[in-house]
Design a binder for this molecule. Structure first.
Ligand code: COA
Length: 418
């Protein structure tokens, strides 16, 4: 049957009228991946020096042993996101100029506005890309995969970068033991490409329940409670959490979202080769994915012990590690599933289709060319900033074009002649 045969408009009499165009077979494949975490490691024992906690309490309640934090002020959500994106582009061997869209999921953006994604776009030199931030907390990366799939299947994009990046250490109250022991910093990215190879991101399941907004929230600094001396002095700009409520919600939705997305993709739980869950707490993963869905531990990626909860970055970081460990192979059915503030949850079922053994095999020439591309991007950005400054100081004609000094000099005698 041709594609043409499958496309048509249904009539009440049951006949199908062929549309005057054919939908090509188009799939959204993950073709590149990369992650990065800051160098600085804070162990549970280090935290014992800061707040009233213990290594034993943190390990037994969460599974976390250590986390990476952005100790260098120059290390931000945008710089981590840029590095993860560069690594993903390098794996795919795709230049930044080919990227059509950059989706940066984050809850610790560089600024309220502009979007962190725009800063990444500039640093990459992705001059053909649209860019926006996605706010769905720890579910954000999976929401982003779903958005990328939609853009690609609609024919609006060939390459979409989906990034999850966080510096939660900057919004956590380091005197609040309820939260500061849980979170870590890092970023992960994937490049999603249009492809005619069947598979890729096959189905997604997104959910939200705003009645639970208070369970995990930064109350100050937004429209509801604008930043003021008071919001700073009472710590409203820090993350607040009702841990038990989040725990109960998470164990419920992780299992149901996985079940739903697997069904949407036309699979069964037994067909799933690997689950990459949001890494918030080992006990949440155990009681949802392992116990409720009865998925064996060898099919589930858990690395929360090394990174803590890196929010939206946790799934792409775990994906990269799973690839490095040889746990991802072509034709594997992989489920990404996450939950977070909002409350939100999200799952994607992916039929992995690309080989993973090309990682790190770039030639000297390819690496040098890539470096040069990013240096050129930095130079272009500086040039554009300089031009913007020039436009600000020069007088402009009625159409807003700058009048250069020599043009003005040329015009002056003419004016005198008149
Ligand atoms: N060290 C020692 N004690 C701590 C502590 C810490 N870091 N943090 C909290 N406690 C104390 C509390 O003050 C409380 O004491 P109290 O009973 O005297 O009031 C007690 O430990 C709570 O213990 P418990 O009820 O056994 O904790 P828990 O099993 O619910 O575990 C969480 C707490 C936060 C680890 C757990 O609820 C959780 O993981 N929730 C989900 C959080 C999450 O994933 N958030 C991110 C979503 S993306």
């Amino acid at each position: 049957m041709s594609n043409m045969d499958t496309n048509g408009v249904g009539h009440e009499n049951g006949e199908v009228e062929a549309l005057p165009f054919a939908f090509p077979s188009r799939f959204a494949q993950i073709v590149g991946w990369g992650s990065v975490v800051p160098d600085k490691v804070i162990t549970n024992h280090d935290l014992e020096q800061i707040v009233d906690t213990s290594d034993e309490w943190i390990r037994s309640r969460t599974g976390i042993e250590e986390r990476h934090v952005a100790a260098d002020p120059k290390e931000t959500t945008a710089t981590l996101a840029t590095e993860a994106a560069r690594r993903a582009l390098a794996v795919a061997n795709v230049p930044p100029s080919k990227v059509d869209l950059i989706i940066c999921s984050t809850s610790s953006p560089e600024y309220i506005f502009p979007a962190t994604a725009c800063l990444v776009q500039d640093a990459l030199g992705a001059h053909n890309a649209g860019a926006f931030d996605l706010s769905a907390a720890c579910s954000g990366f999976v929401y982003g995969l779903s958005m990328a799939r939609g853009h690609i299947l609609a024919g609006d994009a060939e390459y979409v970068l989906v990034i999850g990046s966080e510096t939660l250490s900057r919004v956590v109250d380091w005197t609040d033991r309820n939260t500061c022991v849980l979170f870590g910093d890092g970023a992960g990215a994937v490049l999603v490409a249009a492809s005619n190879v069947p598979g890729g991101i096959m189905a997604s399941e997104l959910g939200s329940d705003g009645s639970g907004a208070d369970a995990l929230i930064i109350p100050g600094g937004g429209s509801a409670m604008p930043a003021s001396l008071e919001t700073v002095s009472n710590g409203s700009h820090y993350a607040k959490m009702d841990g038990k409520a989040v725990f109960r919600f998470a164990t419920r939705v992780m299992a149901s979202a996985t079940r739903d997305v697997v069904e949407k993709a036309g699979l069964t739980i037994d067909d799933v080769d690997l689950v990459i869950p949001h890494q918030a707490n080992k006990r949440i993963i155990q009681s949802s994915v392992l116990r409720q869905l009865k998925i064996p531990e060898e099919k589930v990626v858990i690395n929360v012990q090394k990174y803590g909860n890196t929010s939206t970055a946790s799934i792409p970081i775990a994906l990269c590690e799973a690839i490095e460990e040889g746990r991802v192979k072509p034709n594997d059915n992989i489920v990404f599933v996450g939950f977070g503030a909002g409350l939100t949850w999200a799952a994607c079922a992916v039929r992995w289709s690309v080989p993973v053994d090309t990682v790190g095999k770039a030639s000297w020439w390819t690496s040098t060319r890539r470096q040069a591309t990013y240096q050129a991007a930095a130079a272009r950005s500086m040039w554009k900033r300089a031009m913007r400054w020039v436009y600000e100081v020069l007088p402009t004609d009625p159409e807003g074009r700058p009048i250069w000094p020599e043009e003005e000099a040329e015009k002056e005698p003419a004016a005198e002649e008149q």
